[in-house]
Design a protein around this ligand. Sequence first.
Ligand SMILES: CC(C)(COP(=O)(O)OP(=O)(O)OC[C@H]1O[C@@H](n2cnc3c(N)ncnc32)[C@H](O)[C@@H]1OP(=O)(O)O)[C@@H](O)C(=O)NCCC(=O)NCCS
Length: 212
Amino acid sequence: MKASTSLETNVNDNPITLEGIDGIGEDTVIHPGVEIVQENPQGDGRGLYIGSKCIIYPRNRLVLGDLGANPQASIIIGDHVLINAGGYLSGEGGLTIGDYAMIGANACIISAGHQIHDPDRLIQHQGLTYGRIIIGSGAWIGAGAIILQGVEIGDGAVVGAGSVVCKNVPPQAVVVGNPARIIKYRGETASRKETPLFTRLLQCLKPSPLPR
Ligand SMILES: CC(C)(COP(=O)(O)OP(=O)(O)OC[C@H]1O[C@@H](n2cnc3c(N)ncnc32)[C@H](O)[C@@H]1OP(=O)(O)O)[C@@H](O)C(=O)NCCC(=O)NCCS
């Protein structure tokens, strides 16, 4: 059963109906082709809430799943948030996006997963894992980035295009790669280079200079 709430917004003066959205602020534009997956709304304040002056571009999929079975499910999006096309935003484990955050095209934000630890049982039979994702105010998530469950992206932080984030990112940090690592903080010009492990090992093995 889909959510019973139904709201309207305008894209180029064409009204579209927004089924599955529990609350939406003024001047927010949801483009056609945004899909919302929400089952069994509970009327207990949980659900999908979108603030004012946001834009959600086409082909985004916002997934809350079954709110009856899953108490942590929710998606809360602040004001002035931009979500570029093609994203997958899972709120099954909870997802909060702060004001003025930007989500690049085709980002994948995944707040739920599968238990895997029992090797003798099918993964399909082991149940799910959940972890709320928090994306701070003013943060920028690059195109195609993947954010895994339980991760907190600090205010004003930047996640490079295509990065895979499995650990928290401090405020104002710039992270890139898989797994994503801090290369600098905003305002710093040079990247922080990590000395490769092999070089560090060689440095340890080098004999110390003989005393004169
Ligand atoms: C993260 C980002 C903002 C960093 O920009 P920047 O501060 O100008 O950084 P630089 O280009 O100087 O790169 C610094 C280092 O990080 C590396 N790097 C930068 N972006 C990277 C990325 N996405 N993945 C892996 N490495 C990356 C660079 O190769 C460079 O490495 P080096 O020091 O070994 O040469 C930018 O690279 C990025 O990914 N932007 C996202 C763009 C995007 O998604 N746009 C579409 C929005 S819908």
